[in-house]
Design a binder for this molecule. Structure first.
Ligand SMILES: [Zn+2]
Length: 115
């Protein structure tokens, strides 16, 4: 499962930060996950539950911020959201806008630790 390897690499990053901060445990972890990242939220949460057992993040709450897809519209010359269910089409003018500026990310944005 793709999400399981993501959860494991996330825990590696978290472990490294926690060690640097001399933390004894991690209380929460915040992620930004784009809607076009290909990550299934429920699968990620499930994998997280499995992977974090017996780690420093064993009791950490995982908070996932959903990032909507945005494209660069050449006609509006601006960043725009896309029309729902219509692929990469500008919500304002309907132009096909293939340049995705947001919505593909998976980022560890912050975490809280207890030292
Ligand atoms: Zn447009």
């Amino acid at each position: 499962m793709h999400e399981l390897s993501l959860a494991l690499s996330l825990l590696e990053q978290i472990g490294a930060v926690a060690e640097r901060e001399r933390a004894t445990r991690v209380s929460s972890v915040h992620l930004r996950v784009g809607r076009m990242s290909g990550i299934v939220r429920d699968a990620l949460l499930f994998s997280w539950e499995l992977a974090r057992a017996d780690t420093i993040a064993g009791e950490a709450v995982l908070v996932i911020d959903d990032v909507a897809v945005a494209v660069w519209c050449p006609r509006c010359d601006a960043e725009r959201p896309v029309r729902d269910g219509e692929g990469l089409m500008c919500v304002e003018c309907g132009t096909i806008a293939p340049t995705i500026v947001r919505g593909r990310e998976l980022e560890l944005t912050s975490m809280e630790v207890v030292s």
